[in-house]
Design a protein around this ligand. Structure first.
Ligand code: BES
Ligand code: MN
Ligand code: ZN
Length: 495
């Protein structure tokens, strides 16, 4: 998709399809009012006879517009005037792009920057238009013929010349974030027989090849052996695919500045191992690498935006399968940190690959470490599919992340990791058990990780409920790429 800025006045504009906004109670946005005037009151007429109410996410496609240069208009409802929130703005944009998609136009022009959004500016709005539209236009094509080829090729955003500088930045950020999200979705939607640890590693190499400041290094099983990553390697022993520890290194800052480290769980398929999962819905465990996919996505965003920061992305990648050589309940592992772990359930494998990666992260002298993982079904039970779970050992870091999530509409909800919960991880035979029983499962998982993150500021995002949609509309969401991109942007502007 080609995204651009259009700054012609409405009466000079030529468009296949122009999107304009309205509110409830027949209130038009300034651009809709101007458009109505040059179309002989057509919009007013359609609204008066009740064709569209203007409720949030209402849309009306108008063909046969009495104007030589405008073929079609899509009127988009934003709800009550003065009450448009960041979330409701995005919701209306999603409805708008769906209508554009259904209308089969080749080029569109979006005149929706004149909608007033509480707590948002034109730059944010521009960015969201690109993000939401690109998300709505995503099609999975890797292993399936498209139902229909998408005709839309160009999308312009109509901007008042006065706002040009802000819109320009918003456009750039929007395109970068949209591309990061798209990469994550593409990788995550691939099946486990294509997207193996080796495939993920190859994609990371390709990504690094596309950006000058980005480098990639892959640790092989023998390297991990030498580092003593007994917890990570125990998981991959049950798989015929070799495990990979992918390292992406983005050098945008001074060599002396400490890196932000992202760690993404890259389980390319999680069958549970010997503690085998039930069959129903097991296909969705190809998404157990969404954290890893998001790490690749975020590094793409940072590279595209040329952020003046040092960022490291680490993706431990493996499969978790039942096998004669797989982990067994009761097995005791020695992690890279030296702590021993009793495997009480082989399906709690995410924490095993993450704990060694957390220990490994220390050698980079990180400013902060943020891990992203589809870690627990319990997190989905606790929070549903709206926010990701946030856990961390540093309040300012958690607050920064919460704030970024709010702005990006990719929200988080903080959960406790109090020491009382550590009781549940006691083992008679090892320093730690890998599960903490049925109570507070997402919390005990985070507490487990916290034992390997004692030497740095650390946050853990449990994205089990937010990284993909289930049901008939199954598919990856690309979350939390928007949130982490916002976190990085805020970090850069704070200096
Ligand atoms: N990848 C799963 C977590 C998961 C489950 C994500 C469902 C999304 C939806 C993870 O490896 C896992 O299996 N966790 C177990 C932990 C349990 C054995 C303590 C779980 O959540 O059941
Ligand atoms: Mn599992
Ligand atoms: Zn898993």
């Amino acid at each position: 998709m080609d995204y651009s800025i259009e700054s012609l006045p409405l009466d000079k504009l030529q468009s296949d399809c122009l999107l304009v906004g309205m509110y409830e109670n027949q209130l038009f946005s300034p651009l809709a009012t101007a458009l109505d005037a040059i179309c002989n009151g057509l919009l007013r007429k359609l609204v008066s006879r009740g064709d569209i109410k203007g409720k949030n996410a209402d849309t009306l496609l108008i063909n046969n517009v009495p104007h030589a240069n405008i073929e079609r208009i899509i009127l988009v409802g934003f709800g009550e005037s003065g009450k448009v929130t960041r979330k409701s703005y995005r919701k209306a944009l999603a409805a708008a792009i769906k209508t554009v998609k259904d209308s089969k136009v080749k080029a569109g022009c979006c005149a929706l920057l004149d909608i007033q959004v509480a707590d948002a500016d034109i730059q944010w709005q521009t960015r969201q238009i690109i993000e939401v539209f690109n998300d709505g236009l995503y099609q999975y094509t890797a292993t399936k013929q498209c139902d229909e080829k998408l005709p839309l090729q160009q999308l312009a955003i109509l901007a008042n010349p006065q706002n040009q500088p802000q819109v320009e930045i918003g456009l750039q950020q929007g395109i970068a974030i949209a591309q990061g999200v798209e990469l994550s979705k593409q990788l995550a939607d691939l099946p486990g027989n294509i997207c193996t640890p080796s495939y993920l590693a190859e994609q990371a190499m390709i990504l690094a090849g596309q950006h000058e400041k980005l480098n990639c290094e892959i640790l092989e099983e023998k390297d991990m052996q030498a580092l003593g990553m007994g917890a990570f390697l125990s998981v991959s022993r049950g798989s015929r695919q070799p495990a990979k520890l992918i390292g992406l290194f983005y050098q945008g800052g001074l060599p002396s500045s400490k890196p932000i480290v992202f760690i993404g769980k890259g389980l390319t398929f999680d069958a549970g191992g010997i503690s085998l999962k039930p069959g129903l819905g097991m296909d969705e465990m190809k998404y157990d690498m969404c954290g890893g996919a998001a790490v690749l996505g975020v590094l793409r965003v940072a590279s595209l935006l040329n952020l003046k920061l040092n960022i490291i992305g680490l993706v431990p990648s493996s499969e978790n399968l039942p096998d004669g050589d797989a982990n067994k309940p009761g097995d005791i592992l020695t992690s890279m940190s030296g702590k021993t772990i009793e495997v009480l359930n082989t399906d709690a494998e995410g924490r095993l690959i993450l704990c060694d990666t957390l220990t490994y992260a220390k050698k980079f002298n990180p400013e902060v470490v943020i891990d992203l993982a589809t870690l627990t079904g319990a997190c989905v039970v606790a929070l549903g599919r709206v926010p990701s779970g946030l856990f961390g050992n540093d309040d300012p870091l958690c607050e920064e992340l919460l704030r970024a999530g709010d702005t990006a509409c990719d929200s988080l909800w903080r959960m406790p990791i109090w020491e009382e919960y550590l009781e549940q991880l006691k083992s008679n035979f090892a320093d730690l058990a890998n599960i903490g029983g049925p109570d507070g499962g997402s919390i005990t998982a985070a507490c487990f990780l916290s034992r390997f993150a004692e030497d740095f500021r650390w946050a853990h995002l449990d994205i089990a409920g937010t990284a993909w949609r289930t049901g008939t509309n199954k598919g990856a969401t690309g979350r939390p790429v928007p949130l982490l991109s916002q976190y990085l942007l805020n970090y850069v502007s704070a200096g």
